[in-house]
Design a protein around this ligand. Sequence first.
Ligand code: NCD
Length: 342
Amino acid sequence: MKTFTGSNILSVDQFDREAIHTVFEVADRMEPYAHRKKRTRVLDGAILGNLFFEPSTRTRVSFGTAFNLLGGEVRETAGMNTSALSKGESLYDTARVLSSYSDVIAMRHPQSGSVAEFARGSRVPVINGGDGSNEHPTQALLDLYTIQKELQHQGRDIDGMHIAMVGDLRFGRTVHSLSKLLCLYKNIRFTLISPADLAMPDKVLAELDKVGHRVTITDQLEGHLDKSDILYLTRIQEERFPSQEEANKYRGKFRLNQSIYTQNCQSNTVIMHPLPRDSRAEANELDDDLNQHPNLAIFRQADNGVLIRMALFTLVLGVNNVIHHYDCPVQWLTSKSDQQGL
Ligand code: NCD
């Protein structure tokens, strides 16, 4: 990636190690703003078009929050039914119009490739918030940022680590993007645990193979976690199945709770999940009894999403080096600054 300014962020394929380093360095600098130690008005007057044509809580709200924390305004549309796309409007037309109302657009859509198609009609940079089962680049960046921080805390590195990915590896876009991003690192071991029907796509496996990462594929959770530094769980992506009955065949197949963790994992294995976790009884893929476990990184992961998205906005809009010129004090009572490091 040569420059961020004015660029779309559509795929992790755009990134090299240098670009990742830049994003992470800016994300680190966003902490005081996210923790309300100070404010910046660097994006005062700028407008984010936050277009979510598929369900989302974290990604949508964290894009909006990130933009607000930089002083910008957010215009939002959520759901397909309330959009003119449901009247047959093309992505190109929607993009031409909405991009004239915004300075940057974040978008999620159920079809693979849709965000790239939208970007072709847009006159402002477009950031992919998830396109079908294809990619979720900002999630992969925040996942990688979290992995780096968690391992650093243990005095270790991403190069040479062992990651186990569990669940719906076929339709889960987060594991596709994260695996591809990990191809930029050295000597990573993958244990891919899924039902055979929901295995990691060959295209992604081929990329792992090309860079020499070692991959073990299995449909068993127990007995395969003892070497992993990172355990990355995912939800069965029920919305991508032809019917709920079909999805139900797989929900609840892999579950992690305190006792399974203790029996199968190293004592320092970091537990990650992009969220939402399916907590309904028949699935309960990541049990509440791990909520207080120090190695459960899922909420730190979600918090890091704001830092990464703030970093991307400042880079794409070309203000990453002037943020501090627009600093101002926080006037209200805030407990956020006490949460740092939690
Ligand atoms: C993920 C997604 O939408 O792909 N969620 C998220 O963005 N944090 C994972 C999921 O929905 O299971």
